[in-house]
Write a protein of this length. Structure first.
Length: 164
């Protein structure tokens, strides 16, 4: 009798799970999403270089920029630096900025993708290939060991941005 009870219970549970999945699928098709209170989940649009990189506080607008870069480059950006609470007046201190690399994608392509992202504020570049994106005021910069504004992708991007 115990075996019969277990088999019957397993069948009832299976039917319940199947019916639940069918009703959730129907609700999804009807445009009624259940169980979520957020509009988009962009967390799959990027990775982090180390587990210590803080990204949980990224606003949706910053995550959308990272998702845009992924869509334009075809590869996930890797966040090398996110929230840095004790970084003075930096956009990082408010969790409004990310320093990124996109493995296998040129710096020029990353800069171009970032420039076209909706809601982009600042775009910066470092000589080591890391690109800074944020949702602060619009500005462009390059920093190479004391030299500011140098040649390369960002200078060309700035000229192109002014024309267009």
């Amino acid at each position: 009798m115990r075996i019969f009870s277990r088999v019957a219970l397993a069948c009832i549970m299976t039917v319940g799970v199947v019916l639940s999945a069918i009703s959730a699928d129907a609700a999804d098709k009807a445009g009624k999403r259940r169980g979520t209170s957020f509009k988009h989940d962009y967390s799959a649009a990027y990775t982090v270089q180390r587990v210590s990189v803080r990204t949980a506080c990224f606003p949706e607008k910053l995550e959308a920029i990272l998702a845009h870069i992924r869509a334009k480059t075809g590869k996930k950006p890797m966040v090398t630096s996110g929230h840095r609470p004790h970084s003075g007046t930096s956009q990082h201190s408010r969790c409004y900025a990310a320093d990124i690399r996109v493995p296998g994608v040129s710096e020029k392509a990353i800069l171009a993708a970032a420039a076209g992202a909706p809601g982009i504020g600042g775009i910066g570049r470092y000589c080591n290939g890391i690109v800074h994106v944020d949702i602060g005021p619009k500005r462009r910069w390059a920093h190479c060991g004391g030299k500011s504004g140098g040649k390369g992708g960002l200078a060309n991007l700035e000229r192109h941005h002014r024309r267009g």
